[in-house]
Ligand binder design. Sequence first.
Ligand SMILES: CCCCCCC[C@H](O)CC(=O)SCCNC(=O)CCNC(=O)[C@H](O)C(C)(C)COP(=O)([O-])OP(=O)([O-])OC[C@H]1O[C@@H](n2cnc3c(N)ncnc32)[C@H](O)[C@@H]1OP(=O)([O-])[O-]
Length: 578
Amino acid sequence: MTDLQQLKNIKLDYEDNIAIVQLNQENSKVNILSRKMMNEFVPVFNHLKNDDNIKGIIVISAKPGSFIAGADINMFESVKSRDELYQMSRNGQEIMNQIEQSSKPIIAAIAGSCLGGGFEVALACHYRIAMNDKRTGFGVPEVKLGLLPGAGGTQRLLKNLSLSDALDLILAGKEIKAKKAKAMGLVDILVEPIRSDVQDIEEQNIEYLRSIAIRKVKEIVVQKPTKRKFGLMENIKSIIMLNSYVRNYILSQAQAKVMSQTQGLYPAPLKILDVIQQTLENGSKVGLNAEAEAFADLAITNEAKALISLFHGRTECKKNKYGKPEREIKTIAIIGAGAIGAGIAHVSIDKDFQVILYDTTSSALYHGQSQIIKSYQNYIKRNRITSTEYSRILSNLNCQTTFDNLEKCDIIIESVFEDLKLKQNILNELEQYIPEHCIFASNTYILSIHQIAANSRRPHKVIGMHYFSPVDKVELLEIIRAKQTSDNTICTAVSVGLKQGKIIIIVNDSPGFYTTRLLIFSFIELFYLLQEGLLPNDIDKATKKFGFHIGLAILLDSGVASRVAIGQLPPKSNSIAT
Ligand SMILES: CCCCCCC[C@H](O)CC(=O)SCCNC(=O)CCNC(=O)[C@H](O)C(C)(C)COP(=O)([O-])OP(=O)([O-])OC[C@H]1O[C@@H](n2cnc3c(N)ncnc32)[C@H](O)[C@@H]1OP(=O)([O-])[O-]
């Protein structure tokens, strides 16, 4: 029995007859439903449930940016048997049922990520109040770990949403922002954050959210909650759902989409569809059991283990192991307004970097600028940003055909053709204009950073930053350190990349670095297959069936790959990854 005076991951507060359960996972950036957290949460909840003085409960997080990031992923890895996983899911479902069935109103006051098991907790609560800010997002990303929501999430999402919307969330594992969650009926009240120029803003916002939640729960205690009224469209949708022909049609469409996107290589989406079908045909009791069975089946697959390992790898690649750069980076100059240069500008301006986009001609510059403007206009159309945000973001972009203002730059990212002489000349010329602290990054997939810096006055400030097209969609950034590159230069490049939202690998300045070298070996095999008489289309089909996102032959046909394959790669190979 946990002593309620000795809680380490939960702070229990009271205001009048309202209990505030504040989650604050020890030694962690995020809250998770770990064994330690659950060992405190369950006794706290039972105590509050049985205490007659308590009339209402609020579940809130003390951590800025994180409500609950889900069940503890490491817990699944430590489990020894399938039965244990099944039981874990059943226990999770039982806790959520207890929350839902509580006679006292329970409000989830949500600021930050509300994901997986965290979203399942929120869905089990009677009322959801959410901060309408960038960091607050809802989703069930379990499918990305090769799993499915295993604490009643499939059932509650089906109850709260139309079948298509529920499928959309569970199968894609995508995150939605608070405003969209409110529009979908998953959130009851949106709270606007306090102005962003206030100090300790996030802590203050949590306090503010808490005060609104306390007011609301007191109101509910007096009035008793009114059931959410469904609109006309929702009523029509639920009538349609009673029709098995319509249901089966939606499920078969979803299955076809899954098969075309995954080639059937991932078991989780297919299991999810199966659980949903069983629920729709036999009701929630069968659905819950099917969910737990599927959770246990999936958690022991190699696919889940590989995807969980990928999660850990990605988390590692989001860290700056070099610490903090000596200077804060405010201004970036990008040399070359082609698709990649413009893409780099695109991922920089919305992170509040001041960007100078340079090209030699107005028409090239116009082309790059139009690419950026078009993308951001699309975001407005898709409600990803408001027109005010659009104006603010675009005001960070300065396009020019001269080297004016380069003295303000903290980093230059050169993204011109793969021509060693050209890159060397640009570096030499720019060194006349840029300040002493400014670092120079070359966006190259093949040229030696050491050679690019051969005539530099400060080679320790030269580094490679290899972006991938389309830059606003591909998360990977390959950072290449030459022997002479200083740690602060690497640290600065990593911090810029992380702020741009990239997942970063750091590699040595060796032939083909990491990514291009991997491609080379695939292309060598491809050439053998072509010589043996296979058709490019068949090779593409086979590689896609194997799991490649695009066919290998079509990849070769894209300019980048062919130039790599045609022999710019130096013959000698050294070790690559740092
Ligand atoms: C009650 C039992 C119920 C059982 C039944 C199953 C229930 C459920 O359906 C299954 C799940 O929820 S599956 C889960 C579904 N949820 C997800 O898939 C969400 C996974 N998480 C994320 O997507 C991101 O971490 C966030 C967006 C939450 C934060 O991003 P950010 O601000 O850039 O932060 P960051 O740098 O990424 O992470 C900081 C630290 O937190 C760590 N950590 C984080 N989540 C963890 C977790 N769930 N676990 C463990 N650890 C987790 C992370 O490793 C790192 O550790 P380190 O030691 O410092 O290296």
